[in-house]
Design a protein around this ligand. Sequence first.
Ligand SMILES: [Mg+2]
Length: 349
Amino acid sequence: MLEDKNQERTALEQLGEFGLIDHLTQNFAISRKSTLKGIGDDAAVLDFKDKKTIVTTDMLIEGVHFDLSYMPLKHLGYKAVMANLSDVYAMNATATQIAVSVAVSNRFPLEALEELYAGIALACQIFKIDLIGGDTTSSTTGMLISITALGEADEAEIVYRSGAKPNDLLVVSGDIGGAYMGLQVLEREKEVFKVNPNTQPDLSPYSYIVERQLKPEARKDIVELLKKLEVQPTAMIDVSDGLSSEILHLCKNSAVGCNLFEEKIPLDPTVISACEEFKMDSTLVALSGGEDYELLFTIDQKDFDKIKGNPNMTIIGHMTEESEGAHLVTRGNTKIPLTAQGWNSFGKE
Ligand SMILES: [Mg+2]
């Protein structure tokens, strides 16, 4: 529905595989000292000296992870990079390079891939990442994107999911649930468009949540802020699924329990009003939505003063002994067991 129907179409066959890679990657510059050789040989060569190397990979499939009827290709390229960088930042590391592989059917002209790579290039530029390789190939149906991200960190800086202790504070960056409610708005407009293709949706009242869905930002700034504040999280994960499943990962990997306070969960006013409009429970949306790419971490109580009142992060709970389990403490002060789907409304443990 957001597609530009008048764009030019150059068939990919006209360039050939190597011509295509050269064309798509010609404007990517190398900015990292650790990149000794990027694109242009059989493999890239990296040198992280005395740092540890962080590696993560992620695959996105059209129709499963993204819908091109409302996802502009430039945004898709940007978001695909963000999803990977977010995992590097969740290790408290610096993201440094990416390799991008794309498979497309002949439905996509060269101009479509140029748009996708424009989004990837923008992400590389803003986050100071080098594109060091990848592959393009054909697919029988649809588009597939696989990205591998690399990063570096001193061994002592790396934060795992496993370091949380009872009484540690549970903290989340930014706000939660926006990407999921943005998706609800886009899905609804897609249905309206199917019935009447002449309507142009007015998304302006939803710009914040639609942007959270289409153009998320990995929280490099939070990793830098924590370093500046001299706070080393004890455990960390990024919020790519819902808040509750990420909390349960921290609990399981750290062998602790948790009390999450419903009233503390940071929600943007647009998320609250969209939840009212869609008759959805905003707490359930925050717990079970996804794709917010915020950072969820635990800190020692001695660091409380360093982050207290900081507008970029919110203390939403604290960790407990493992035997106490993981719970949501509601506004009515009832304790409900957390489940990966949000909460267990039947109260069974
Ligand atoms: Mg993750």
